[in-house]
Design a binder for this molecule. Structure first.
Ligand code: CAA
Length: 240
């Protein structure tokens, strides 16, 4: 039977490319999304991939979402924690709400989804978890203390949970994308973005399917020895 994969934020941007790549590789894919019904409907029509709506920052909603997918599609073998938001602003302007929203979605969502699927993966002695971090979680970024902290947290979370899953056949890895040509990056002011692109050694933004290729490598059944790693896919940008 095909393995079941859940991709959070799976109907747009990097998540959409991951959902499609997994489907093309033979996985049964459930794409989670939080808000944009219209885009989700169009995504399902175009790809044939089912979309499931819930907010990953809501723990109970994650538990219910995983339960529903397991009832409809089968046990969840793969989770790609991709859902993420930005609320950029310098420290002077950043509100507590902008901090909480980003932490709760980008990092809290990762915990919620892993927790919701963890017992089942342990019982079945198989699991593949891929958490989408960011170069900005590795290097920091002006105007992103919230996002950089959450993404940096994802990298620590990944290394810690990898140790807990290792003896149960569950691998936990992260991908740290650089700047990818998604709506999120398109929202960066053009002059700021031009300066960022000028610092990318390959001289361009990345494409979402370049991240999806990394996910396929990390979720492979044969990948049992690859755990606790962070794969940087960033066009050669220097990070610290
Ligand atoms: N380094 C040093 N100074 C900087 C700077 C930088 N990187 N960016 C801005 N500044 C300076 C500006 O020059 C300006 O200085 P002056 O007041 O002396 O002119 C001051 O900081 C304020 O800058 P802004 O006018 O831009 O201030 P703002 O409050 O309107 O906006 C900002 C600040 C929200 C941070 C805006 O600059 C911005 O959106 N920057 C892009 C942030 C970014 O890269 N986000 C990534 C989103 S994509 C993503 O996150 C995906 C991923 O994983 C890679």
């Amino acid at each position: 039977m095909a393995r079941v994969a859940v991709v959070t934020g799976g109907t747009r941007g990097i998540g959409e490319a991951i959902s499609i790549a997994l489907k093309n590789a033979g996985y049964t894919v459930a794409a989670n999304y939080a808000g944009n019904d219209e885009r989700a409907r169009a995504f399902t029509e175009r790809t044939g991939i089912s979309a499931y709506k819930w907010d990953v920052s809501d723990f109970d909603a994650c538990v219910a979402g995983v339960k529903r997918i397991e009832a409809e599609r089968g046990p969840v073998d793969v989770i790609v924690n991709n859902a993420g938001i930005t609320r950029d602003g310098t420290m002077k302007k950043m509100t507590r709400t902008a901090w909480d929203d980003v932490m709760d979605t980008n990092l809290g969502g990762c915990f919620n989804m892993c927790k919701a699927a963890w017992d089942g993966m342990n019982e079945r002695k198989f699991g593949r978890i891929v958490n989408i971090g960011s170069i900005n979680g590795q290097a920091g970024q002006y105007g992103q203390v919230n996002y950089a902290a959450a993404k940096s947290g994802i990298h620590g979370f990944t290394k810690a949970l990898a140790q807990e899953g290792a003896r149960a056949g569950i691998t936990v890895n992260a991908i740290a994308p650089g700047y990818i040509d998604t709506d999120m990056v398109a929202a960066v002011p053009p002059d700021v973005l031009a300066k960022i692109v000028a610092r990318i050694p390959v001289g361009r933004l990345g494409h979402a399917d370049e991240i999806a290729r990394g996910v396929l490598f990390l979720v492979a059944d044969e990948g049992g020895f690859v755990t606790g790693s962070t794969m940087s896919i960033n066009g050669g940008q220097h990070m610290y």
